[in-house]
Design a protein around this ligand. Structure first.
Ligand code: TMP
Length: 222
């Protein structure tokens, strides 16, 4: 059984990742390539509990190292329970965020640096690398505006509080943004950077182009 394809989506909060992952999943289904779709933090029963702890504003006193350790605890569970079994079964895995998020948010935003994130990734995640990463980077202002209004709606509708990161100052997000750009510059073969305030359809087209190329290279039929 040939190994599957591991695709991750990355970007700031409010960059449109969740919309795009749904569109990409539908596109793959229409081409008879049923993907396994997951997200981090979350996606497994244990991970969903870790997610609630991480994103709830009542966890305000979380130390940066604790935050990073919880992100990796969630990721280890997601790899063991979802990602590795799916890849071993030859499936395409679409994952909403992976270790680039930890490097950008904890390494950049929290200023823990890249090295500790890359070291932990090797130790805890067996250095598993995505075959392709789609990095959505619309302008910082547009992303933040969208994320903040969306999360308040989500809290009003569900009672779930996922606002802890949105309460960060713009300087935090500026560092996250810069770190994402640094990662993209370091790994141009893996990461496709989709920049600017593009429409949903335009972003989808660019994603489909990048994914089609990878599918052909990896020998998956379209
Ligand atoms: P989401 O809203 O895209 O699901 O992401 C939840 C939040 O968690 C988002 O603000 C980014 C943050 N995050 C990190 O800080 N580090 C990580 O490793 C991951 C996966 C997410």
């Amino acid at each position: 059984m040939p190994r599957g394809l591991f695709i991750t989506l990355e970007g700031l909060d409010g960059s449109g990742k969740t919309t795009q992952i749904k569109r990409l999943a539908t596109w793959l289904q229409n081409h008879s390539l049923d993907p396994v779709v997951t997200r981090q933090p979350g996606g497994t029963p244990t991970g969903d509990r870790i997610r609630a702890l991480l994103l709830d504003s009542r966890s305000a006193a979380l130390a940066p190292m604790t935050e990073m350790a919880l992100m990796f605890a969630d990721r280890a569970q997601s790899i063991a329970e979802i990602i590795e079994p799916a890849l071993a079964a030859g499936k395409i895995v679409l994952c909403d965020r992976f270790t680039d998020s930890t490097e950008a948010y904890q390494g950049g935003g929290r200023e823990l640096g890249s090295q500790v994130v890359l070291d932990l990734h090797r130790l805890i995640c067996g250095n598993l690398q995505p075959d392709l990463t789609l990095l959505l980077l619309p302008s910082l202002q547009a992303s933040l505006q969208r994320a903040r209004s969306r999360n308040h709606r989500h809290t009003e509708q569900t009672g779930q509080d996922e606002n802890r990161f949105e309460q960060e100052q713009d300087a935090f997000y500026q560092r996250v943004w810069q770190k994402y750009r640094d990662i993209a510059a370091r790994e141009p073969d893996r990461i496709v950077l989709i920049e600017g305030n593009l429409g949903i359809d335009e972003v989808h087209e660019q994603i489909v182009e990048a994914v089609s190329e990878r599918l052909i290279t990896a020998g998956h039929t379209r």
